[in-house]
Design a protein. Structure first.
Length: 243
């Protein structure tokens, strides 16, 4: 006796086909193409680092139109932390880096800690500015959008460095206190360290961003230079890279 296929049987077959199609599509999507020439890609990465990344951290990355711009940036970044220190002392909320050192005459003991903290942030900003090519001629003699854009990109790089340094400092503080790994809600002392580090990180980023962006806007196109020489400098830089 022959049994006719019921609708449920047909539905089960359809589901099986769908599952097979899904499994085949998932296996094809997870397939890794191993035909890429790894050695060629590695050489391309090395070449990119040599031609694009390394020149950003050489003396030639600073335009001859303003050789003193990195020093001016560092002074602005350090001065911003002096202002933060003054506000903190006036409001009675002293950050961890503002530890008295030196003569106790009035507020002289807080000058060196503020300068030291400002120098640390200034170093990070200069590294970020070099990475973002914020010392090229176009960054301060081009358009205002270009000047602000490169300043913000450099600030993002500097903020990343500051986050890494803060993580190391927090880990060191936890190790000295014997609190183990820096995890929230593990202990009251650890939470105090983490909350303090986070608040100081936010203040550092906001204060430095405000000072540096404001300074770069003021600096933008203030020198009486010929904008056409920007292209001359870019052509010379391109020739040096091709060598």
């Amino acid at each position: 006796m022959v049994r006719r296929a019921s609708s449920s049987d047909r539905g089960g077959d359809a589901r099986d086909d769908d599952e097979k199609d899904a499994s085949s599509s998932s296996s094809s999507s997870s397939f890794v193409d191993l035909s890429v020439d790894v050695e060629a890609e590695f050489k391309r990465g090395v070449e990119f680092g040599a031609t694009e990344i390394r020149p950003r951290f050489t003396p030639s990355a600073v335009s001859s139109a303003d050789r003193g711009l990195p020093i001016a940036d560092a002074l602005v970044a350090t001065s911003a932390q002096a202002v933060v220190a003054a506000v903190a002392l006036a409001t009675g909320t002293r950050p961890s880096w503002l530890t008295p050192f030196g003569p106790s005459w009035r507020g002289a003991a807080y000058v060196l800690p503020a300068i030291a903290h400002g120098a640390k942030l200034a170093t990070m900003w200069v590294c970020g500015a070099l990475a973002a090519r914020a010392y090229e001629r176009r960054a301060f003699d081009g358009s205002l959008g270009e000047a602000v854009g490169r300043t913000l990109r450099g600030g993002c790089f500097a903020a990343g460095l500051l986050i890494l340094v803060t993580q190391v400092e927090v880990g060191h503080a936890f190790a000295e206190a014997g609190l183990g790994d820096p995890v929230m809600n593990a202990s009251r002392e650890g939470d105090a360290i983490l909350n303090g580090a986070l608040s100081e990180l936010v203040v550092d980023v906001v204060s430095e961003a405000t000072a540096i962006v404001g300074w770069r806007v003021v600096r933008w196109n203030t020198s009486p230079t010929d904008p056409e020489t920007i292209f001359v400098e870019e052509e010379e830089r391109a020739r040096r890279r091709r060598r």
